[in-house]
Structures are given as structure tokens and as C-alpha cells.
Design a protein. Structure first.
Length: 81
């Protein structure tokens, strides 16, 4: 259960390949969000209030794309049986 802009922490049990795959779709900090940047621009403090400076780049869409590309047809076949 997730949505656009949220996290996607996924474990897939692929019975055909007999293995479990983990996909991490957690947000990443922007490249410029470094300690040095916060020292110069945020009075040396890391953001803790959940505001825009604490935001991350969502990777949930990438996780969905990986799931669809790798297992989309399998899931469709199972649901149509």
C-alpha cells in the first residue's frame, strides 16, 4: 500500500525462480543536500520539521516500473487463470 511520493519497500517471492527479491523505493535526498550546504544555508542545522528542506526525491515510481517490467506479465497470467 503506497502512493506517488511515498515509500515502496517490497519483497517479492518469485516461486518460478525460487528466490526472494527486495526492492527499495525509499526517497533519496537531493544531490545538493550535503552537510556543507546546510552549514551555509540553514544555520548549520539539518532539517527535522518535515518541511521542504527535509524532502526527498520519490523512488516509488522506479520501484513500480521494476515490478511491472520483471513480473507484470506473470501477475497478469495468474490473475487471468
Amino acid at each position: 500500500m503506497n502512493g506517488l511520493g511515498s515509500d515502496a519497500l517490497v519483497l517479492v517471492c518469485d516461486a518460478r525462480e525460487k528466490k526472494v527479491v527486495s526492492i527499495n523505493g525509499e526517497p533519496r535526498a537531493p544531490r545538493v543536500a550535503t552537510i556543507e550546504w546546510f552549514r551555509q544555508n540553514n544555520h548549520g542545522e539539518l532539517p527535522t520539521d518535515g518541511g521542504l528542506l527535509a524532502g526527498g526525491i520519490p523512488y516509488v515510481v522506479d520501484a513500480w516500473t521494476i515490478l511491472l517490467a520483471r513480473w507484470g506479465e506473470i501477475l497478469r497470467d495468474v490473475n487471468n487463470d
